[in-house]
Design a protein. Structure first.
Ligand SMILES: Cc1cc2nc3c(=O)[nH]c(=O)nc-3n(C[C@H](O)[C@H](O)[C@H](O)COP(=O)(O)OP(=O)(O)OC[C@H]3O[C@@H](n4cnc5c(N)ncnc54)[C@H](O)[C@@H]3O)c2cc1C
Length: 384
């Protein structure tokens, strides 16, 4: 647990000479997970974010599909998404979108399963018949006969949110060290010595918010990896003819084989919903996944592809049970997991950071997180 509480965010101790700078908390990774947690912690502790890249947000955070959707990630993730929604909305990071899960004849059972999975959480999912689908997605091919609308789905301003957290953290005194890959971690005398490419930093608590590299960072700390595995996902921007209506919902095939949503200028962002295992890396799209995406789109709608724009890919990193991991490692002192945010790390960031900050500071969960049980996300579940 972090021992400090410094409302006026003192600057880190500089013991003089070449001695390492000292912080209460060092966060490895300044993507959405690291930045949101830094913003939550910095009013109470001396915080540093240590980022390998020249700028934060270069990996998964900068490559998302940018939506907030309660059913995405499953029932264990939904409480974090739902708790984050009101704040994201108040701050202006969400804008109207809606989602539509589409199915072929004979697949109605899958729609029912989705509805049942989220019934207890009260997520609104409304039946749509063929006429209802056509009204929302002009040009939808005749094989798509049933659907479920999820009106609460929103677009999310990812860059705006990430920038907000970085600025909030900085205002409260947090430091950000970019171009600083962590290459060594040593625990002694009740603190970590963190070796980066060109520096040495000390901290009482180390937070592993390293995304696809979370297990590698854990290994540097001699913590047992929990089994975070990165999977590549591809996004293909396309200009389509006729142009995609701006008010069209996010359209998702109920079996999880593609989704697309409208973007500026009549474009769509299309994904084949690929999930190819990958080592942690600077992910790049593969031509086969782009071709699969386009083939699936052509089976969904009768639109012509007027222009293919530059595709991108990113890594979504999951724990073995696909539930994110927040909490102190059960065996390694001062090592806190903030990993496995999969395909929902943007939409869950406010609640996840609030919960992780409460755990780190040894405080009760704030009132706005009352529906969330931190035990569900604790890393000790992998140590049975
Ligand atoms: C194609 C795609 C679509 C997605 N769509 C959505 C969506 O619509 N909605 C949603 O909520 N989520 C979505 N996601 C998921 C979301 O992007 C991630 O869950 C989120 O960005 C994870 O944030 P992070 O900070 O954990 O990871 P990252 O953004 O990857 O940040 C981790 C950081 O750690 C740094 N790092 C790693 N190792 C070290 C080291 N040794 N030393 C220093 N720094 C290190 C890396 O450089 C990196 O910047 C999508 C992801 C992808 C790939």
């Amino acid at each position: 647990m972090v021992t400090a509480d410094r409302p006026d965010a003192e600057r880190p101790d500089r013991p003089g000479g070449d001695a390492p700078r000292r912080y209460d908390v060092a966060i490895v990774g300044a993507g959405m997970a690291g930045a949101s947690l830094a913003a939550a912690l910095a009013p109470h502790a001396r915080v540093v974010m240590i980022e390998a890249e020249a700028r934060p947000g270069y990996h998964a955070t900068g490559r998302s599909a940018a939506f907030w959707q309660e059913t995405y990630g499953g029932p264990a993730v939904q409480p974090l998404t739902a708790a984050s929604g009101p704040w994201l909305d108040e701050q202006g990071f969400l804008s109207p979108r809606g989602a539509l899960h589409i199915a072929r004849a004979g697949e109605e059972g899958r729609l029912d399963a989705l509805r049942h999975a989220f019934a207890a959480a009260g997520v609104v999912l409304e039946d749509r018949d063929r006429a209802g689908l056509e009204a929302l997605v002009p040009g939808l091919r005749a094989v798509w006969t049933a659907g479920l609308a999820e009106p609460s789905c929103r677009d999310i301003d990812v860059a705006g949110l990430h920038g907000f957290y970085l600025r909030a953290a900085a205002r409260s005194g947090a430091d950000l060290c970019c171009d600083s890959p962590v290459v060594g971690l040593d625990w002694s005398g009740g603190r970590w010595t963190i070796t980066t490419k060109g520096d040495s930093i000390e901290a009482e608590v180390l937070v592993d918010a390293a995304g696809a590299w979370a297990d590698e960072v854990a290994a540097l700390a001699n913590a047992r990896p929990v089994g975070i595995r990165p999977f590549r996902r591809t996004m293909v921007p396309l200009l389509v003819d006729p142009p995609a209506p701006a008010a069209m919902p996010l359209v998702e095939e109920i079996g999880g084989s593609f989704y697309f949503k409208p973007e500026a200028g009549g474009r769509i962002w299309l994904s084949p919903h690929d999930e190819s295992p990958s080592p942690p890396c600077d992910a790049a799209p593969e031509e086969i996944d782009v071709a699969i995406a386009i083939d699936r789109l052509e089976q969904a709608v009768d639109w012509r592809i007027a222009r293919r724009e530059r595709p991108w890919a990113g890594l979504r990193s999951f724990a073995p049970d696909r539930i994110p991991v927040y909490g102190f490692d059960p065996a390694v002192p001062g090592f806190f997991w903030c990993a496995g945010q999969g395909g929902f790390g943007i939409q869950t960031a406010p609640a996840a950071a609030g919960m992780a900050a409460a755990l780190l500071l040894g405080r009760a969960m704030p009132e706005w997180l009352h529906g969330i049980d931190p035990a569900r996300y604790d890393p000790s579940r992998f140590r049975a």
